[in-house]
Ligand binder design. Structure first.
Ligand SMILES: C[S@@+](CC[C@H](N)C(=O)[O-])C[C@H]1O[C@@H](n2cnc3c(N)ncnc32)[C@H](O)[C@@H]1O
Length: 240
């Protein structure tokens, strides 16, 4: 059964589908790097989880011109947009919860960019996905790491405000990690980017900050960091 929290996650990504491409520089950069790590494969059967509007899909289709693709996302509007942008005969675009995929075939490659942190149970989800690999198949993914967005977390801590952000953990299979610092005009612009990309569902049970608290946090963030925010990114690979 899909939980209320997952419905909320899906709704927020659905609502942001139309603005996602204007605000997804971070995800685009990481998708490009991940694409550079993918193996040479001839005519692979490829499954993508949480494709969004197609940042990684575009690289997969270019890379494996003879491949067969099943491209999935939990958000109907995201996957509809990906399909619209990337019309291709050999790709099937499906609405699926990547944590509980229901498909009747197996794959040479499963790929996912910046999506597993939206699973309710990351390790359980990865375990189930591995069962969809053919013998010799590989699952490549990226996910935010435990030291993601430290500047914003530090501001909330200093003000003794609760954080609605996840404590990102390190799943199995991590072979590479990196820090990428992005510069936003200010705190409001950073928060707006999270909203416009749909990445705005807080942890279950979180009580949102009041307007006055958000203003204090934004002011302090701007004083201390001048719009700089750091993403800690993990790159993972799991085999069948
Ligand atoms: C940050 S976006 C990344 C999209 C795309 N991979 C990219 O790199 O631009 C996260 C995507 O994961 C999808 N998503 C969230 N939870 C999901 C789940 N349980 N199963 C499948 N997709 C999910 C969202 O709808 C959204 O499109």
């Amino acid at each position: 059964m899909v939980s209320g929290w997952k419905h909320e996650v899906t709704k927020n990504f659905d609502v942001s589908a139309g603005t996602y491409d204007l605000y997804c520089d971070v995800q685009n950069d990481i998708a490009e790097t991940l694409a550079g790590h993918l193996p040479e494969l001839e005519r692979p059967d490829v499954l993508e989880i949480g494709a969004g509007t197609g940042a990684l899909t575009h690289h997969l289709l270019e890379r494996y011109k003879q491949g067969h693709f099943v491209i999935t996302d939990i958000s109907p509007r995201m996957i509809a947009l990906a399909q619209y942008k990337l019309k291709r005969k050999k790709a099937f675009f499906l609405v699926q919860d990547g944590e509980n995929i229901a498909l009747s075939q197996r794959f040479d490659l499963i790929a996912a960019n910046m999506i597993f942190h939206w699973f309710e149970n990351v390790e359980g989800g990865l375990h189930r996905l591995r069962r969809y690999l053919k013998p010799g198949g590989v699952l490549y993914f990226t996910i935010p790491g435990p030291f993601c967005l430290p500047e914003w977390k530090a501001v909330l801590k200093k003000l003794l405000f609760p954080s609605g952000m996840y404590d990102f953990t390190k799943p199995p299979g991590i072979y590479h990690e990196e820090y990428r610092t992005f510069k936003y005009p200010n705190a409001a612009s950073f928060l707006n980017t999270l909203k416009k990309t749909g990445a705005c569902t807080p942890i279950p049970g979180y009580r949102p900050l009041r307007g006055s608290q958000i203003i204090r946090a934004c002011r302090l963030f701007d004083e201390m960091y001048e719009g700089r925010i750091t993403w800690h990114i993990l790159y993972g690979c799991l085999r069948a």
